[in-house]
Design a binder for this molecule. Structure first.
Ligand SMILES: [Mn+2]
Length: 306
């Protein structure tokens, strides 16, 4: 279970944990998935795909691994319940959060973000804004008998007092829509069908404006891979037609990193399909690109490279 390769494998610049500016935390957990299974295999698939990454990034014109990438031991879920898993994630995320690393969590199902947010709140002593890329609002108060369901993660963000902008939504319950309206959160939702009608990317500027209006310079990005077009990522538990394309996803992430201070992110809900490597590799490339954007494209922060 623990014999994962480190992110980017032997090609990456070898660094100690102390030297690394990026900490990667694998969380192979899928306790509450409701449709397709397999998200527990996400971290292994992403890490194994990351070994194939080209370290040089033509867009940033540098090797992103020069920042130093340390891969932490995975959070082993065993047969623990959701509450205990969240506590284990919090404990694992706390040291890198305290050390000011760019914290990159690889899921696992989407509920895992909660443990990471608690660690970041505890380590930093102040809230931050969240950018969520997802097909779903994840605003059900509970689901399947637990508040720590993949379908409830943004309700937990709301509980924690972490404001958010949601991008790519296209499968939302009436109750979730009511919640968005009642709480005045609709201006922070960027529906997938609206984005699809604006392929010139004008919406990206408005996402950045909405994030800025939340009043925190620091932003955490939570990526449910079902936010992207399932033609790109069929390997996910609840694929939904439509969604974000590759280059607009990158443009959004780069713009957010330029304007805000990205303190961490997660990539969740990859449920690998044997023999189909493209989604695994996409997830690895997405994580690597976002490391680069976060470290070299924006306002100063502790983890930022010189
Ligand atoms: Mn989600």
């Amino acid at each position: 279970m623990t014999d994962y390769p480190p992110f980017a494998g032997d090609d990456a610049k070898p660094v100690s944990y102390a030297e690394a500016r990026v900490a990667v935390l694998p969380v192979p957990y899928e306790g509450t998935v409701t449709y397709g299974r397999g998200a527990a295999g996400g971290p292994r698939a992403i890490l194994e795909a990351s070994v194939q990454l080209e370290m040089y990034d033509e867009e940033l014109d540098r090797r992103i691994d020069e920042a130093g990438i340390a891969t932490l031991p995975p959070v082993e879920p065993g047969d623990a319940g959701p509450e205990e898993i969240m506590e284990r994630i919090r404990q694992a995320a706390l040291p890198p959060a305290r050390d000011g690393k760019l914290l990159v969590t690889l899921g696992g199902e989407h509920s895992i973000s909660f443990g990471v947010w608690r660690a970041l709140l505890e380590a930093r002593g102040k809230p931050f804004a969240i950018l969520q890329i997802d097909a779903h609002a994840d605003l059900r108060p509970t689901y399947g008998g637990t508040p720590h369901s993949h379908a409830s993660i943004m309700a937990r963000a709301h509980d924690l007092g972490l404001p958010f902008v949601q991008v790519g939504l296209r499968a939302v319950s009436g109750g979730e829509r009511d919640f968005l309206r009642r709480e005045g959160l609709e201006p922070n939702v960027f529906w997938a069908h609206r984005i699809a009608g604006e392929r010139d990317g004008g919406w990206i500027e408005r996402v950045v404006e909405r994030l800025a209006a939340l009043g925190h310079r620091d932003v955490y990005i939570t990526i449910d891979l079902d936010g992207l077009d399932p033609a790109l990522v069929p390997a996910t538990g609840t694929p939904e037609p439509g969604g974000l394309q590759w280059y607009e996803t990158l443009a959004l992430l780069r713009k957010v990193a330029e304007d805000r201070c990205v303190i961490g992110f997660d990539v969740t809900e990859l449920a690998p399909i044997p023999g189909l490597h493209a989604p695994d590799y996409l997830a690895a490339r997405l994580a690597y690109k976002l490391m680069g954007y976060a470290l070299w494209e924006g306002a100063p922060q502790g983890a930022r490279a010189p």
